[in-house]
Ligand binder design. Structure first.
Ligand SMILES: C[S@@+](CC[C@H](N)C(=O)[O-])C[C@H]1O[C@@H](n2cnc3c(N)ncnc32)[C@H](O)[C@@H]1O
Length: 378
């Protein structure tokens, strides 16, 4: 059975492992920033469609000792590439290199490309083209020390690209990270959720999809659908079942509300909400969090305030933002659990709260904490 490697945000590995077991993977091992599992291809299709915290699903095609160009060429030649695509389709190779015979990825990637194209050429002198955009077969080469691994990537576009965000907020949260952070909370998927600094509303959209049992990959395409060895009957069954579950769950959306002081962010959020099929399900307002009165008492608050990375550089204004959040939590959220993503520990004291739990997680280039606060009931 094929071996698969599923990448996620650092810190969300256990969330991903739980998700994998939830879709039926029995053989899950946790790695740094990833999980590995062994299973039938149908399970990997399911992983692409259903895993909320996953960023990529890759199938291992070859692994071996590689100390020079010829050994890499030979290893690449052990894979039957015509199983995946014909010469009329396209491929792309991405590489990562550490302590290997090559100093950077360019040369080994070229070697792999030549080996694949030569294999096609020996059949009828025709070879697939390389395409940067949406290749039919995205290949990943990992060279570490004298070991090389070749993967084919099932998703194509990374899985966090759900398709509901056309234009990016200035400082968006990756959709898979947002979903994984929600899965780290103890939310029951029925209680009201609020994000007082919601930006493009990623948390709220992911919360809606989670609560309504909508698979995050519904409506988008995956590279594996173009492969020659795809089991289309199995894929159709998996997809149809996901559509049926989404239809059955559509009525189960809990009360969700958000706010942001930037009108442009609210406009982006409205667009994303509509594109996610959630028009009318999430109540948004525009204003400072300090003055925000949610339309219902939230039981879970999830938010990602600015901490100086991309949005606001001015320390006084950042501190004021965190004080505004603290004031909102104290005044408007009695009895709620609040989770706040923070990449600058010094700012948290402006909340005037003590965290009851801290989960380390990476947000882009920054080491962050997903901090849990219990807001006292009145
Ligand atoms: C890091 S972004 C949030 C990104 C969001 N999670 C997303 O997925 O798009 C922080 C947001 O906080 C908002 N913000 C900053 N200070 C605020 C305040 N005092 N009241 C309300 N919103 C505020 C900013 O406008 C920005 O959209």
């Amino acid at each position: 059975m094929p071996h698969y490697y599923v990448a996620c945000t650092l810190g969300l590995e256990e969330v991903l492992a739980t998700e994998l077991r939830g879709i039926g993977a029995g053989n899950v091992t946790v790695r740094r920033g990833a999980c590995a599992f062994v299973g039938e291809p149908a399970l990997a299709y399911k992983a692409c469609l259903w895993l909320r915290s996953a960023i990529r699903v890759q199938e291992e095609l070859a692994r071996g000792r590689v100390r020079d160009r010829d050994e890499l060429y030979a290893l690449t030649g052990t894979v039957d590439w015509s199983r995946s695509i014909t010469h009329l389709q396209t491929l792309a190779i991405d590489g990562s290199v550490k302590d290997s015979f090559a100093n950077d990825t360019r040369y080994p990637v070229l070697v792999v490309k030549d080996a694949i194209c030569d294999q096609f050429r020996t059949v009828d002198d025709k070879r697939p083209d390389v395409a940067r955009e949406r290749p039919d077969l995205p290949i990943k080469l990992v060279l570490q020390g004298d070991e090389a691994i070749l993967y084919r990537e099932l998703g194509g576009e990374p899985l966090h690209k759900r398709g509901y965000r056309e234009v990016q907020h200035k400082s968006p949260l990756n959709e898979a990270t947002a979903a994984g952070l929600l899965l780290l909370t103890d939310w029951d998927r029925r209680s009201p959720v609020c994000d007082p600094m919601c930006g493009s509303a990623t948390f709220l959209i992911e919360a809606a999809w989670l609560a309504t049992d909508r698979a995050p990959g519904l409506g988008r395409s995956f590279a594996f659908e173009h492969w020659r060895d795809v089991d289309l009957a199995a894929w159709r069954t998996i997809y149809d079942e996901a559509e049926a579950r989404a239809a059955a769950g559509a009525g189960a959306c809990p009360p969700l509300c958000g706010n942001d002081r930037h009108p442009g962010a609210i406009a982006l959020a409205q667009k994303a909400i509509a594109a996610a099929g959630l028009g009318g399900r999430i109540q948004l307002t525009h204003g400072d969090a300090r003055d925000y009165a949610p339309p219902f008492p939230p039981q879970l608050v999830v938010t990602n305030p600015p901490y100086g990375e991309r949005l606001q550089a001015d320390p006084a204004s950042l501190q004021d933002t965190w004080r505004a959040l603290g004031q909102f939590l104290h005044e408007r959220c009695p009895g709620a659990s609040a989770y706040v993503l923070c990449g600058a520990p010094a700012l948290t004291r402006h909340l005037g709260l003590r965290a009851s739990q801290k989960f380390p997680v990476r947000n882009g280039p920054l080491d962050c904490r997903w901090l849990r606060y219990e807001i006292e009931a009145r």
